[in-house]
Design a protein around this ligand. Sequence first.
Ligand code: SAM
Ligand code: DTB
Ligand code: SF4
Length: 327
Amino acid sequence: MSLSHHMPAFAAASLPRHDWTREEVRALFALPFPELMFRAALVHRENFEPSEVQISTLLSIKTGGCPEDCAYCPQSAKFETGVKAEKLMDLDGVLAEARAAKAGGASRFCMGAAWRSPKERDLDKVCEMVEGVKALGMETCVTLGMLTGDQARRLKDCGLDYYNHNLDTSPEFYGEIITTRTYQDRLDTLERVREAGIHVCCGGIVGMGEGLEDRIGMIATLAGLPVHPESVPINMLVRVEGTPLASAQALDPLDFVRTIAVARICMPASVVRLSAGREDMSEETQALCFLAGANSIFYGPKLLTTPNPGRDRDMALLDKLGLRPME
Ligand code: SAM
Ligand code: DTB
Ligand code: SF4
């Protein structure tokens, strides 16, 4: 990656800070929109080639029937959402999807399982999948729920690049969304993943009826982690019929863009992913997200169980905006 062409010689990238206070994060959200965008775009340029977007493809390797009660999630067994519980996919099926994702232009393949935490036998199978996907020359990511230290080390040993585990929201609002595991459980898993030497993918969801103060708390918590997550997915809630959040009040798209911008400023060297919710987002909103420093997307017509824009539509959008896939 060459930064020199678009970076003035004096704009040395400043080191990430881990001592962001809520007041400082609040002050960023309170900036006039154009000023916030300008600062975020500056930080983006100090740390990345701003015309590059990292492309990840998602696959649900184990769908539905989850014992947890995350109020946003179509895969919880506690809600009637029409998602039926399936068994863990077999290796060949997963590798066929990974090959297709690679052919479509994705550099990372993310496999998600609707588990509270993986069982040992399941982990053996996931390890085979990770090895197989890596052999195709793609980066690997899995999201399997809570992990023990041992499980994290096993995943590291089989070559896993990233583990996704989201904080989802602020510590204060968390209890309104999930009751079957605590915020501290999540922080513990994140620490085990970090300890094992796996890159951390950790972000959250907005548009769940949280307040501005919760978006502030979420970003302050993420930016306060001892090491920033390498990848920070910011999801706009996909409202799914049957979940308790099916009729949550939609978030103003500009508040979503602000959340991206503040994440970019507070975690300057992290890849910020414009994640779930793009299916219902205008091209203009997505363009503002890229201007605000988002530099990754989920690519392909499906997230885990809900729709995402088709490949053609996304390639046309990137093309129109003059953006290109990160190598
Ligand atoms: N079961 C594992 C877990 O929760 O850690 C892994 C899969 S879970 C589906 C991964 C993440 O997807 C959740 O933490 C949440 O942030 C996101 N997610 C789930 N449903 C969503 C929705 N309806 N809208 C936006 N994001 C969602
Ligand atoms: C993340 O932050 N978003 C992805 C991924 N990590 C696993 C999941 C989005 C799921 C959206 C709802 C669904 O398709 O089921
Ligand atoms: Fe289960 Fe993950 Fe959905 Fe929560 S987000 S219900 S843990 S699949």
